[in-house]
Write a protein that binds this ligand. Structure first.
Ligand code: PMP
Length: 401
């Protein structure tokens, strides 16, 4: 079966036009194998894990723990217990901001994030800083959308406790130099959290090669179901953090006087997890491996280069985020038109894009714009769809100028 045929949702019309789904940075569609895995789980395997002595519970537990090992291999973590299942990137970052903050942030300390972060990698740190009396500092970026590493070096000092940056910006598409950032931070003894929400489906991620201390991502942006995500934490650091949520599974012994906590990774997985979605994540990793991450990256680069070239030919259209090293995200504006108007007109032609601030308001403030229109590509998109998109833009742009 062709890659595209594995995604049944794409085979539909919107307002009588074939659907062109270019909102992949928000969430990707799911291949049949992922959908079938969910169906199989609830048809044949559903059971609560870790606690049951019966056949179904044992099978579900094995499948759940097998996925943990699959994720470990997928991102080349040293140990399976460095993989914590969460609801998504947002929860992964909140977990670290909360637990790390409680353990390591004190009045007068500083946390560094970049100025191109998603709100999920800003607000949890603001909350942690407010609670602990620490200060949030930001790494600026250039007009092209490139982080200023000199400014970053200047921000680091003896008060810095952690650096949190995204691997890829969901608005600008910039691929950030994580190895350099980690090396600079580590030379000051400061750990680094990487928000991998926008990188995990586009490139090989090797957490040991990156050298980062935490890596966070969401299943739903990498062909897996919604509601499942991953926190990778380097054992030596993760093991020093206090629990995030209390409840079942995360404990060793509970009395009213005193509770002792479970070992990694269970200490951070309170309550019943979304087992079916974890198995769906396994199927999504299988899909990405079978397709080939290099094949995915090359195809998306081709679409991005092609679309960028065609868009640059359209007068009145301006691309926001022009770093040389980008993933398949193209943010743009048409004259002074509001992004929402562009998005609505494209929608009427069957083309799904995202409009607005993309949960990155500080980026919009940096450029002095209200938002952008964002087209983002995945493995199942085609050059023909890009042609449809370009033809639509050529119709729309004169109407808005
Ligand atoms: N960080 C980045 C860079 C993102 O693009 C997103 C999703 N838009 C998130 C974090 C949050 O991911 P989720 O909503 O899946 O938790």
């Amino acid at each position: 079966m062709s890659i595209r045929d594995q995604f049944p949702i794409l085979n539909q019309t919107v307002y009588g036009k074939p659907l062109v789904y270019f909102d992949n940075a928000a969430t990707t569609q799911k291949p049949q194998s992922v959908i079938d895995t969910l169906c199989h789980y609830y048809t044949s395997l559903n059971s609560n894990i870790h606690r049951g002595a019966h056949h179904l519970a044992v099978q579900a537990t094995e499948a759940y723990e097998e996925t943990r090992r699959e994720v470990q291999a997928f991102i080349n973590a040293r140990h399976a217990h460095e993989i914590v299942f969460t609801r998504g990137t947002t929860e992964s970052i909140n977990l670290v901001a909360s637990s790390f903050g409680q353990q390591y942030l004190h009045p007068g300390d500083e946390v560094i994030v970049s100025a191109m972060e998603h709100h999920s990698n800003i607000v949890p740190w603001q909350l942690a800083c407010q609670r602990q009396g620490a200060t949030l500092r930001t790494i600026p970026f250039s007009d092209q959308g490139i982080l200023d590493l000199q400014a970053f070096q200047n921000l680091l000092n003896e008060h810095t406790r952690i650096v949190a940056v995204n691997h890829v910006s969901n608005t600008l598409g910039t691929v950030n130099p994580i190895v350099d950032i980690v090396n600079i931070a580590h030379s000051h003894g400061v750990p680094v959290l990487v928000d991998g929400a926008q990188s995990i489906s586009h490139m090989v991620v090797d957490v040991q090669a990156l050298g980062c201390d935490f890596y966070c991502f969401s299943g739903h942006k990498m062909y897996a179901p919604m509601g499942i995500g991953v926190l990778y934490g380097r054992e030596e650091l993760l093991d020093t953090l206090p629990p995030y949520q209390g409840g079942g599974e995360m404990i060793k012994d509970v009395t009213f006087e005193r509770t002792t906590y479970n070992e990694l990774p269970f200490r951070f997985e309170a309550g019943t997890p979304s087992v079916g979605d974890v198995l769906g994540l396994h199927a999504a990793i299988d899909f990405m491996r079978e397709t080939g991450i290099d094949t995915i990256a090359a195809h998306e680069k081709d679409l991005t280069d092609y679309a960028t070239m065609k868009m640059e030919e359209i007068e009145g259209l301006r691309i926001i985020g022009t770093a040389p090293h980008k993933t398949s995200v193209i943010s743009f504006l048409v004259g002074n038109a509001h992004p929402y108007d562009v998005g609505t007109l494209l929608d009427k032609l069957g083309i799904a894009v995202r409009t607005g601030h993309h949960c990155t308001q500080p980026i919009m403030d940096r450029y002095g714009i209200p938002g952008t229109v964002r087209a983002s590509f995945a493995i199942y998109n085609t050059r023909e769809e890009v042609d449809t998109f370009i033809a639509a833009l050529r119709r729309i742009v004169p109407m808005l100028m």
